[in-house]
Design a binder for this molecule. Structure first.
Ligand code: KG4
Ligand code: ZN
Length: 331
């Protein structure tokens, strides 16, 4: 049984997880989200300092949770990119120190591979071929997966402008709702009418996405009648437009590539309406839908440990101890 410690520090969450053979044994999460709230977005220097403060306490808590000690660890995995450079560096420096001190291999992991692997911790190994829709604050990507540890991921499409989570965050700001926008817009949407406003559904070519036109449409709507604005209706109608496009494109990508399993991962996969509409459309199309519990959808260390476990099991070469971060790592 290989025990892997995973570290995630690409944005504002300090995540540590301990995974053994695809099972999550212990984890810890700290967030600097509140410190960024007054700036309306993540400030890299604040995030990096917060990671430094939180890392060792998070590692201690993950060990305490798991009942294991450093002597039990067989490998260390860490997010090497993409993400904020200074934030990534804190995690990578810590991971190198642990790998060196414990004399175990180090694996630099792609953040998006981590989001995909998160699902295996809840639902077990992935089928040979599957489609993944990654929807987070930085990404909106459709990926065709084969063997996560060995085969390259085929990148089918991406957003041409804002990521889905970014659109939620920006619309929250327009509506005067607190940061982070995803949870606050979806909460406001609960009491709103999703059919009230026919916001545009941009369908750019093939598997690309675009949310900047939708964001601009919400901005125009807010400017037109700020005093009579019904925030819940705007939030619900905006959310419906986003999840309509995401689910329609993901289902057609599965059909086009003859894939019968769809994974939805990343922070926006915590969205209740997205989960509901995806379940409906996948059931109709005969596609198996896999979406992890919300705490595994958002950034965490266990997902990075899960990829480390797959790499270790597949006998992939470890990363060198001079591993550098890659803030804009391609897939
Ligand atoms: O994956 P994640 O934790 O970090 C990144 O790698 O970006 O995703 C964070 C994003 C934020 O934009 C946040 O607003 C969004 O996920 N998010 C949501 C929800 N919860 C988080 N968006 C919509 N509905 C939610 N319930
Ligand atoms: Zn993420």
């Amino acid at each position: 049984m290989a025990v892997v410690l995973g570290i995630e520090t690409s944005c504002d969450e300090t995540g540590v997880g301990i995974v053994a053979d695809g099972r999550l044994l212990g984890d810890a999460l700290a967030s600097s989200m509140e410190e960024h709230a007054r700036f309306g977005g993540v400030v890299p220097e604040i995030a990096a300092r917060a990671h430094l403060e939180a890392l060792v306490p998070c590692v201690s808590k993950a060990f305490a949770d798991s009942g294991l000690t450093p002597a039990d660890v067989d490998a260390v995995a860490v997010t090497a990119g993409p993400g904020l450079a200074t934030a990534l560096q804190t995690g990578v420096a810590a991971a190198k120190s642990f790998a060196l001190a414990w004399d175990v291999p180090l694996y630099g992991v792609h953040h998006l591979a981590g989001h995909v692997a998160a699902d295996t911790l809840e639902h077990g190994p992935l089928p040979r071929r599957c489609m993944a829709l990654i929807v987070s604050g930085g990404h909106t990507s459709l990926l065709l997966l084969d063997d996560l540890a060995r085969s390259p991921i085929v990148h089918l499409g991406d957003t041409r402008d804002d990521a889905a989570g970014e659109a939620f965050d920006k619309v929250a700001r327009l509506l005067g709702l607190p940061y982070p926008g995803g949870p606050s817009v979806s909460k406001a949407a609960l009491t709103g009418d999703p059919d009230k406003i026919a916001f545009p559904r941009a369908m750019p070519g093939s598997y690309s996405f675009s949310f900047s036109g939708l964001k601009a449409a919400v901005a125009r709507w807010v400017e037109r009648s700020p005093e009579t604005l019904h925030v819940a209706d705007v939030a619900a109608s905006f959310q419906e437009a986003v999840v309509d496009v995401l689910t329609a494109k993901a289902v057609s990508a599965c059909r086009d590539h003859d894939v019968s399993t769809l994974l939805i991962v990343g922070g926006v996969a915590a969205n209740g309406r997205l989960r509901e509409l995806a379940a409906e459309r996948c059931a109709r199309a005969g596609i198996e839908l896999r979406v992890p519990v919300p705490r595994l959808c958002t950034d965490n260390g266990a997902m990075i440990a899960a990829v480390g476990g797959l790499l270790h099991e597949a006998g992939e070469p470890a990363s060198p101890l001079d591993l550098s971060v890659d803030p804009s790592a391609p897939l």
